[in-house]
Design a protein around this ligand. Sequence first.
Ligand SMILES: *[C@@H]1O[C@H](CO)[C@@H](O)[C@H](O)[C@H]1NC(C)=O
Ligand SMILES: *[C@@H]1O[C@H](CO)[C@@H](O)[C@H](O)[C@H]1NC(C)=O
Ligand SMILES: *[C@@H]1O[C@H](CO)[C@@H](O)[C@H](O)[C@H]1NC(C)=O
Ligand SMILES: *[C@@H]1O[C@H](CO)[C@@H](O)[C@H](O)[C@H]1NC(C)=O
Ligand SMILES: *[C@@H]1O[C@H](CO)[C@@H](O)[C@H](O)[C@H]1NC(C)=O
Length: 630
Amino acid sequence: MKLLPLVSAGFLLAQSISATSIQKRDTVSDILNDIKNAATCTACQSLLGVLQALAHLGNDAFVDVITSVCQSLGTEDPDVCAGAIGLEGPILAHDLRQMKIGSHTAQLFCSTVFGLCDYPAVTPYTVSFPSAKPAGALRPPPSGKTPLKVVHYSDIHVDLSYETGANYNCTKNICCRPYTAADAPGNTQFPAGAYGNNKCDSPRVLEQSMYNAIKTLVPDAVFSLFTGDVVEGAVWLVNQTEVTGDLNNAYSLMNSLGMPIYGVVGNHDAAPVNSFPPAAVDTTISSQWVYDTLSTAWTKWIGSAAAAEADKFGAYSVKNPNTNLRIISFNSNLYYRENFWLYEEPMETDPSGQLAWLVSELDAAEKAGERVWLTGHMPMGSGDTFHDASNYFNQIVTRYSATIAAQFYGHTHRDEFQITYSDYKAQTAANALEVSYIAPALTPTSGNPTFRVYSVDPVTFGILDYTTYIADMSSPTYQTGPTWQKYYSVKEQYGAQLNPPVTAASAELTPAFWHNVTTLFQNNDAVFQQYNARKSRGYDVSACTGDCKNSSICQLRAAESQYNCVTIKPGINFKKRDVATNPAHSDECDGSAGAKILSVLTANIGVFQQVLQKQLGAGFMSETVNGTTS
Ligand SMILES: *[C@@H]1O[C@H](CO)[C@@H](O)[C@H](O)[C@H]1NC(C)=O
Ligand SMILES: *[C@@H]1O[C@H](CO)[C@@H](O)[C@H](O)[C@H]1NC(C)=O
Ligand SMILES: *[C@@H]1O[C@H](CO)[C@@H](O)[C@H](O)[C@H]1NC(C)=O
Ligand SMILES: *[C@@H]1O[C@H](CO)[C@@H](O)[C@H](O)[C@H]1NC(C)=O
Ligand SMILES: *[C@@H]1O[C@H](CO)[C@@H](O)[C@H](O)[C@H]1NC(C)=O
């Protein structure tokens, strides 16, 4: 049994649970008494036995009990408890009903929801390829031809219910809405401005302001990448009607950019949030309507063939007209640990067959001599990505690294990047293979609103530089109309400080370049602290030193998630949106409120017992259920 120091709780956490320690059956009452003071992986699995028995009573019983616990604890507002558990509870109950205590799936569930088990070791799986990597296949050198400009924006999280003058200092995770009469314009001493607030998702006028700025500042851009998350964060209220309206509204406003837009499906672009059941899952809670809505919105930019493909599971592959670039947009929600449809028993290695599809698209692109950009919402080295899926995906990226010119993501809300290596245990400039470009968010919840512009080699589609633009919310004129301005460029800020310097306009920001930037961060703390401040566009910055700096650099060097140094810790309160700069935090747009509500159970077993006793009676308390021999 491996032991891991649990930083935030300051006690040792029993790590994995051996298969032999399961199978014990005990009463609900005994199990709950046993685990009262034991925040361990084993105790968590015992709790799953109780939750499983509760789930077997039906979705309504499960939702009622968990909602009552949430409301008794008061960790969230009562409407948030009821809404979030009502929406997400049936999915969690579906997982629990079929879960085998002690299995890989159960450990992952205890890791994601309760933060009480570490990630289990990756289940080995060798992705099969139709052809071997051609000998000597390398990234092509820059062409020296006049660069193209491409815009990248992400995580717009537009709140169509935002009201100027509504309370920005409310009790929920996003404000600036008249949730109560006291929150309404005129009644609050904390009135929101017209163009947004750090406690609120984006008003529509802010979204429009960004599109206007893009048109003015980058009139020669050839196309845009949008890496997902249209919908706001009031996840306890979000339903199909709202998400459909939000998606249609945003994609129609994007038309004003007057250029093609290559979009992806974000984890918030569904209802319930994060709910993307893979094809093999038997459920009536479908997200087909999301794919229908998006493929319809995307048709004008990707054509009807790619749109029909996108209608299957949200992924498409399309050639950019007039260039040799193929854009492959995949649905990263199929590897996202808060998509609770993925906790199958046993878990699928290739949900919806998307990895096999990716291989066939990349193989065809390689044979056709095309350059490829891969794009998705969640970066595949993120702390939110299942280690297993990330490992399989990494095999694909490694095989086709000479064809994939770059990758593009959002989700973290931070300005950052991730490097793929052929050997993660001996990371050097020479074995850096790929770069994932992660764009920060428009939504002000994690910093100044922002977008990025890449300078792109028109032949190799390598990235030559990027410039980040922001609207500074601390400006006294911000609320009468944001001023968008250049924030920094990579070559200016980092290129000149490398040895040898990388400053020529035609030089590519290669994977080796980015590795060298991480070495610069290690060796020159002032440069690292500037990078750290830029992650949130200068908002709410605190110095990142010691373990924070180490794990921050570790994350940049991990496009495969098992190497990212993210440590599992007990669940955090949904209400609290943590600041962007602490790398130990889970990603900003983790959508599930249900999981976070469930996570407080382990610290409040007494309340759980009282609610069970009251709602289900002594009969349930003396029922014998699956447990562990802790
Ligand atoms: C115990 O677990 C098995 C699967 O491992 C499941 O079929 C059974 O329903 C569970 N029992 C209860 C009471 O939940
Ligand atoms: C929000 O309200 C609390 C008390 O109601 C106050 O202490 C705090 O300063 C306010 N925050 C902001 C950002 O205005
Ligand atoms: C969806 O949510 C909106 C806003 O919260 C609400 O007005 C509407 O009644 C809901 N629709 C359905 C079908 O539940
Ligand atoms: C990375 O740094 C090494 C020296 O540490 C240097 O030899 C190499 O040229 C650099 N690569 C790039 C792309 O800057
Ligand atoms: C950072 O990690 C390295 C190992 O990669 C270790 O040698 C070093 O002591 C760590 N530094 C800090 C400040 O924790």
